[in-house]
Design a protein around this ligand. Structure first.
Ligand code: HEC
Length: 426
């Protein structure tokens, strides 16, 4: 018995045979380059560069707390809701590598050992048409400005969009963008709004609903474009127009003109025609989405079986057939607290598609499911948004926090929205 203690101590002190082997260049730099450097780059959206060991050393304390608390890289959705296609989120084993490298004493290693992480498929693989904004636009409002622009659709035959990438003219200025196309019969109406506002584009918070048009996707900083799921594409008829809604954020600094470009991958036919639809309760649109001043945890929920209305989502869908859900994008304004989109089965069970426990207005990401969810006739798609209208959660305008007042649905910045964007096929 007397010998047991030293033996135990010896075991505890025995060196881990794998310890001391991780180096910056071989193990950590590829992760930091891929998961941080896409935004933390010169001229990028983030406030400092994060690529080299010197960068890391300067920002290590802040970076570690941002990583450990899940603020960075930005990925607000719960990862236990559904499995997603590769994202910018840091994977648990990548996090573990960073922690172990620190614990082992932050070895630098040799530059020759650097191998970039394999290119993930979150990238537009081919560009068939580039559609730039017609005229450059210089934001005049600080720090935030919302501006919509129409771009002519150059084709006289139907084309299918099978992937997109928005290339911001000014990466540091474009905070996010929502991309749509308008159906030909609604183009004139939106052109009137454009004409009513002087300068390129018009101030806007609206997005096209129902038959007005279709969402193509969203842009958030750091994103490099996406190919849509294999075999799927959005049908754009001749006479349509591209509609881009830009959210510029100047951070209060100097701004120059932005001329962003939408790159698209196109096909002349696809196996599965896709539709993207913004799901919201029609009642909300007539200002029945009350969010009383001073209240938090105010939840509005909309359940709908979209299958009988499939032909609204896409002219090519047949009402009453099952739909396949591939991806979601949620949209609220600044009082958003949390949001969720799930499928409620006829038997009451629920399939989670996206669950954002802490809404971050700045990170309105698209979440592509690894395996599509089938929506059968009789199932309900449930879009739920919770708002916080207390004094602490008000936006700051011209340096002062706004006083809470009753809010409701609307397009202006002081109004709110609750939209579940879904990408589906039949
Ligand atoms: C998608 C773009 C993007 C990626 C990827 C990203 N960042 Fe950021 N980061 C930003 C932006 C924009 C800001 C400034 C605004 C903010 O704080 O949200 C920021 C701010 C920060 C800050 C200061 C604010 C804070 O929350 O502490 C730190 C530290 C940081 N990032 C570290 C990282 C690290 C480490 C990674 C990689 C593991 C990373 N970021 C990945 C965009 C990004």
């Amino acid at each position: 018995m007397r010998r047991a203690l030293p033996l135990l101590l010896l075991a505890a002190c025995a060196p881990d045979p794998t310890a001391g082997t991780l180096t910056w260049h071989r193990d950590v730099a590829p992760i930091v380059e891929r998961k941080c450097g896409t935004c933390h780059e010169a001229g990028g959206v983030a406030p400092f560069t994060l690529k080299t060991l010197a960068d890391w050393s300067t920002y290590e304390a802040a970076s570690l707390s941002a990583i450990r608390e899940g603020r960075m890289p930005p990925f607000p959705a719960r990862q236990d809701c559904a499995e997603y296609a590769p994202t910018q989120a840091l994977l648990p084993d990548q996090r573990a590598v960073i922690e172990r490298w620190l614990a082992e004493g932050r070895l630098e290693g040799s530059k020759d050992d650097f191998t970039p992480l394999p290119q993930p498929p979150d990238k537009l693989t081919r560009v068939d048409v580039s559609l730039p904004m017609k005229t450059p636009f210089t934001p005049t409002k600080s720090p935030d400005e919302y501006r919509c622009f129409l771009i002519d659709w150059p084709f006289t035959e139907p084309r299918y969009i099978t992937g997109y990438e928005l290339r911001p003219g000014q990466k540091a200025l474009v905070h996010h963008a929502d991309l749509f196309f308008l159906s030909p019969s609604f183009v004139a109406e939106w052109e009137r709004r454009d004409a009513a506002d002087p300068g390129p584009g018009w101030e806007c918070y609206d997005i096209p609903f129902g038959r007005e048009g279709s969402w193509i996707g969203t842009y958030v900083p750091g994103m490099r474009g996406v190919d849509f799921p294999e075999g799927t594409g959005l049908r754009v008829p001749p006479g349509a127009k591209v509609y881009i809604q830009m959210h510029y954020n100047s951070g209060g600094g100097e701004v120059g003109p932005d001329l962003s470009t939408l790159d698209l991958r196109l096909e002349t036919r696809v196996k599965h025609i896709a539709g993207v639809q913004a799901l919201s309760d029609p009642k909300w649109l007539s200002r029945q989405m009350r969010i009383p001043a001073g209240k938090k945890d105010v939840t509005h929920t909309f359940d709908i079986d979209p299958t009988p209305l499939a032909s609204i989502i896409s002219e090519d869908f047949v009402d009453g057939r099952p739909l396949k859900l591939y991806a979601t994008t949620m949209h609220m304004h600044q009082l958003g607290q949390s949001t969720k989109l799930e499928v409620i089965r006829a038997d009451g069970s629920r399939t989670c598609a996206v669950d954002i426990p802490t809404w971050d207005f700045h990170w309105q990401l698209a979440y592509t499911l690894k395996t599509p969810i089938t929506i059968n006739p009789g199932d309900q798609v449930s879009v739920s948004c919770t708002f916080d209208n207390t004094a602490e959660n008000q936006p700051v305008v011209n340096g002062a926090r706004v006083t809470p007042k009753d809010r409701n649905w609307g397009a202006r910045t002081e109004d709110e929205m609750c939209v579940g964007g879904v990408f589906v096929t039949q």
